[in-house]
Design a protein around this ligand. Structure first.
Ligand code: FRU
Length: 479
């Protein structure tokens, strides 16, 4: 049936022409970015020029991993959103492909992908606005080569939700048995974030099943970019809530955050029963909206390494925004562990340091690095991570007394208690404008943008020596 849908392809001349103009604009503007490589990331996906937010449609099709992203080429803030597109064989090395979706009467908001009978089907939110209001419905687009995408002629395929406000977006689609399912982020008419579930036989006619979860307390007015999947035998609802009010603890320190609810789910009734309440996924400053993909029983995740209130100093250089490195998810007890994808180890050059870093000793890294640190949980650990002119940018600590890991970015503190589960080592990934810290086997992670403007210098500011290995990492994305 979906193949029949795909046959009704539409590729208007205007569409072809607009895509060509966008590509021309990108090529023309690229030199501005290439001339200012100080913050350009070496192994994180970033836009060729212009603005990037949410990852979308993380998928595997025709022997490539595909990732799409919210893209506005013409400015370094968001605008009429397009879909940018990158592919990879190993989830580490990424290549840019031509623009996948361009806005016409609709902006192309976030969404997901599924392969159906050899066709890659995108489902995304068409955001239409005028001076006074906006409207959100769900659209399909198809590709038979994984490069050129055409919008379905009979869009939208889902256009209405009961008791809803105007916010109704970010469909995440999957297949179970003979049916397709989709979860959609929503804000109810009484301003509560919630997730709605639908099913379909053919991707065209969708039937509403249930509200699988709703904010019944302080979890915000809108839940964006939902995702719903099985992980180690339990169901995980991953959401990006806006307007969370409980910011009194160490958690939820950013404007918006990503978190998850664990529970049981019954396909027959559409009932999701919460077993473990909402927990934040990452502890850093810049981690908002996610996409996951399961392949060969491994669940991968990529997040926008950004947030709506971040400064993005790279704007001066003609671009803004980036994705995290790919992570692998597992469930351990009631917590998601998130560790770097294995293949990232292929980027390592020869070790720059391997041994005991004595107090006040320094490791210098040229723009990129991975540190592997063996943490002794009976001692304090303090690393002072510096950039240009030896200015201190990050203080990364383990505080023995409180058992907290602390990431202090110029006084903006993010922290949480860490009980090592599977290992007591940390992996710290430094790139030309980012830091990602993985404690243990991803038991706690911190993702933040930070701007060294050149070399990194890592100083051991602890009283004792630190057992550490450091590598530089090779480039795996286009400059
Ligand atoms: C999340 C989000 C999505 C929306 C997209 C628009 O950051 O607001 O809900 O689809 O960004 O760019």
């Amino acid at each position: 049936i979906v193949t029949a849908l795909a046959c009704e392809l539409r590729e208007t001349n205007e569409e072809i022409q607009s895509k060509r103009l966008v590509e021309e604009y990108i090529n023309k503007t690229r030199p501005v970015v290439l001339d200012n490589p100080r913050f350009r990331l070496h192994y994180h996906i970033a836009p060729p020029v212009g603005w990037m937010n949410d990852p979308a449609a993380f998928s595997y099709y025709k022997e490539n991993y595909h990732l799409f992203y919210q893209y506005y080429p013409f400015n370094t803030t968001t605008g009429n959103t397009h879909w940018g597109h990158v592919i990879s064989k190993d989830l580490v090395t990424w290549t840019q492909l031509p623009i996948a979706l361009i806005p016409e009467e609709e902006l192309c908001f976030s969404g997901s992908a599924i392969e159906v009978e050899g066709t890659l089907v995108l489902m995304y939110t068409a955001h239409k606005k005028n001076e006074y209001s906006f409207n959100e419905t769900q659209y399909l687009a198809f590709s038979n080569d994984g490069v050129v995408f055409n919008k379905y002629v009979k869009n939208p395929v889902i256009s209405f939700a009961n008791n809803n406000s105007l916010d109704f977006r970010d469909p995440k689609v999957w297949k179970y048995g003979a049916l397709f399912y989709v979860v959609i982020g929503s804000r109810s008419s009484d301003d509560k974030g919630r997730v709605l579930l639908y099913k379909s036989k053919d991707m065209e006619y969708w039937e509403y099943i249930s509200e699988i979860a709703k904010n019944n307390g302080d979890l915000g007015f809108m839940w964006e970019c939902p995702d719903f999947f099985e992980l180690n035998g339990r169901f995980v609802l991953l959401i990006s809530p806006q307007g969370l009010t409980n910011k009194t603890t160490d958690r939820y320190q950013n404007q918006y955050q990503v978190g998850y609810i664990i529970g049981t789910f019954d396909y027959a009734t559409g009932d999701f029963k919460e077993e473990v309440a909402f927990q934040e996924l990452d502890y850093g400053h810049d981690f908002y909206t996610t996409q996951t993909l399961e392949r060969k029983s491994i669940r991968y995740l990529i997040a926008w390494m950004g947030s709506w209130d971040a400064m993005f100093p790279e704007r001066e250089d003609g671009w803004a925004g980036a994705m995290t490195i790919t992570r692998q998810l597992t469930l351990n007890g009631d917590r998601i562990l998130m560790k770097p994808v294995q293949a990232i180890e292929n980027l390592r050059g020869p070790p720059i340091f391997d041994g005991y870093l004595e107090p006040d000793n320094i490791i210098s890294l040229n723009q990129t690095g991975e540190l592997i640190i063996t943490v002794n949980v009976t001692e304090d650990l303090i690393l002072n991570i510096r950039g240009e002119n030896d200015i201190s940018l990050i203080i990364l600590k383990f505080d023995m007394a409180t058992k907290k890991v602390v990431l202090d970015r110029n006084g903006e503190i993010r922290q949480g208690e860490w009980k090592p589960i599977l290992s007591t080592s940390w992996r710290v990934f430094l790139d030309a404008s980012s830091i990602e810290v993985f404690c243990g086997e991803g038991e706690m992670t911190f993702t933040s943008r930070v701007y060294p403007n050149g070399m990194w210098r890592v100083v051991n500011s602890s009283v004792k020596g630190v057992n550490l290995t450091a590598y530089s990492l090779n480039r795996s994305v286009p400059l």
